[in-house]
Write a new protein. Structure first.
Length: 477
């Protein structure tokens, strides 16, 4: 499905750097590149170059005749260029990549020249889209390309690389192959009942469907952790005003991100920062101090704090250990309920009004079923207890729950929905078997399960979905 036109774009970041790359792909890529690339002797050599061989030369600002003795006056940059002939390229098409100096102006001028010489500007994600359309990669691997680029921690990167190398594709391909076998068997038996018997087939199919359901469920069970790998653990800081939440945020981020004063209620809106902790990402949300207040703006901040706590993966309750616990603390702790949580007894450098034993008793009174909430003494001013806090987060999320082991993790919502739909279709097959229905009912739901899985790898997806996916890619990828 090779495309008819030739595209070009800057494939590296639009910022000054040591090296920049301009990529040209399509049926006329080599012809276009030959118009403005010259060897040291001034010859157009790309058409005669071997595939995947680097050539040293110069980029001219236009299609200058080789016989022009003043061709050196038109040089934009000194570069290396490589030709990759189809199908041995990322896109599966003839491709020319020019490695130039990484100045933004230089890259733009080389791109403009390639457009003048016959290429058109690539759309966002069009190179990867062509790789998908030309069968070089499936849709799950195409999506993994951007996931690798956008990875913000080592767990997200590990999950994306596994998907990029085709781990998810192989799993889905195998599931579809096994479902397709059952569909074909049923259809063949219905067409030729004299030679292919369906006697005792429902029970055999039940065993196969049970196995398929288990494998799909195993993938679905990774989706929540996969989301945390990709987006970061949504960590909400809650507590009374002036307990030290903003100080903790600043300490973890490493800069004065939040305003810190001795005035209660300073934080009225939501502050959000992303940090990497032991290789996992934390999306930290600093909320307004929770208390009864008549201030309209502060009331809105408090309500937002409660809403974010409802959606959190991790709640960090920052308590001021130098003042007595009160009804506000009780209300705040009630927000934790079944959430993963850590309690930080802050201001340990001041008067010790609330020791750890008292906080643990307070926790047990409010949350009698929770014995898994660590209580850590801290002093954000003295920078004490932070290592213990980091270790607690590591233990909470890296003990088998968010481990980047050899298994694939589902990090894409589209994949999760397709797996869920396939799972539900297979449940309907089980229900049909239990109800003693005719075999053609099995085939209908098996076909739906097969189609849903096909959406993950792009074999059962419409053009609008493809366009939507690649529109989110960066230019030049």
């Amino acid at each position: 499905m090779l495309q008819e036109n030739t595209i070009a774009a800057i494939a590296t970041g639009m910022t000054d750097s040591g090296i920049g790359i301009v990529r040209i792909s399509g049926p006329d890529a080599v012809t276009v590149g030959d118009k403005f690339f010259r060897s040291r002797s001034g010859k157009a050599v790309l058409k005669t170059s071997k595939s995947h061989m680097m050539r040293y030369g110069f980029i001219l600002n236009d299609d200058i005749p080789q016989t022009d003795p003043d061709w050196k006056d038109h040089i934009i940059d000194e570069v290396m260029a490589v030709v990759m002939y189809a199908p041995r390229s990322f896109t599966g098409e003839d491709t020319v990549e020019i490695q130039c100096h990484g100045g933004v102006l230089v890259m733009q001028k080389i791109l403009e020249t390639s457009l003048k010489c016959g290429a058109r500007l690539a759309q966002p994600g069009e190179f990867t889209k062509r790789a998908f359309l030309n069968g070089r990669i499936d849709l799950s691997r195409a999506e993994a390309v951007m996931d690798v680029i956008r990875s913000r921690n080592e767990y997200a990167l590990s999950a994306s690389v596994k998907q990029l190398r085709g781990d998810l594709y192989e799993i889905v391909r195998q599931l579809r192959a096994e479902i397709l076998y059952e569909i074909a068997f049923i259809e063949a038996a219905l067409d030729d009942p004299e030679h292919i018997s369906l006697h005792e087939y429902p029970e055999r199919l039940r065993g196969k469907v049970t196995d398929l359901l288990g494998r799909i469920k195993k993938l679905l069970d990774t989706a929540d952790n996969g989301r945390m790998m990709k987006e970061g653990i949504a960590t909400v800081l809650i507590g009374k005003p002036n307990a030290g939440k903003s100080s903790l945020l600043n300490l973890l981020v490493g800069q004065e991100r939040a305003i810190v004063t001795d005035v209660a209620g300073t934080t009225r809106d939501i502050l959000e920062e992303y940090i990497s902790l032991h290789g996992i990402g934390l999306k930290i949300i600093d909320t307004a101090g929770i208390r009864e207040t008549q201030d309209t703006v502060e009331k809105i901040g408090v309500e937002r704090a409660r809403q974010y706590a409802e959606e959190a993966d991790l709640i960090v309750f920052v308590a001021d250990g130098s003042v007595p616990l009160d009804e506000n603390d009780r209300k705040i702790l009630s927000l934790i309920r079944d959430k993963r949580a850590i309690v930080l007894l802050n201001k340990s450098d001041l008067k010790d009004i609330v020791p750890e034993e008292k906080m643990n008793a307070f926790l047990h009174e409010i949350l009698p079923d929770r014995k898994d909430i660590p209580v850590i003494r801290t002093s954000f001013k003295g920078n004490t207890g932070i290592t213990d806090f980091e270790d607690a987060v590591k233990e909470m999320f890296l003990q088998g729950e968010l481990s980047h082991n050899s298994e694939i993790a589902i990090t894409n919502l589209r994949h999760k929905e397709a797996l869920q739909n396939s799972y539900e279709s297979l449940l309907l097959v089980e229900q049909s078997i239990d109800n003693g229905m005719e075999e053609d009912f099995y085939s209908i739901d098996l076909t739906n399960a097969y189609s849903e899985l096909g959406k993950i790898i792009g074999e059962e997806v419409n053009d609008d979905v493809v366009e939507e996916i690649f529109s989110k890619f960066c230019m030049g990828k």
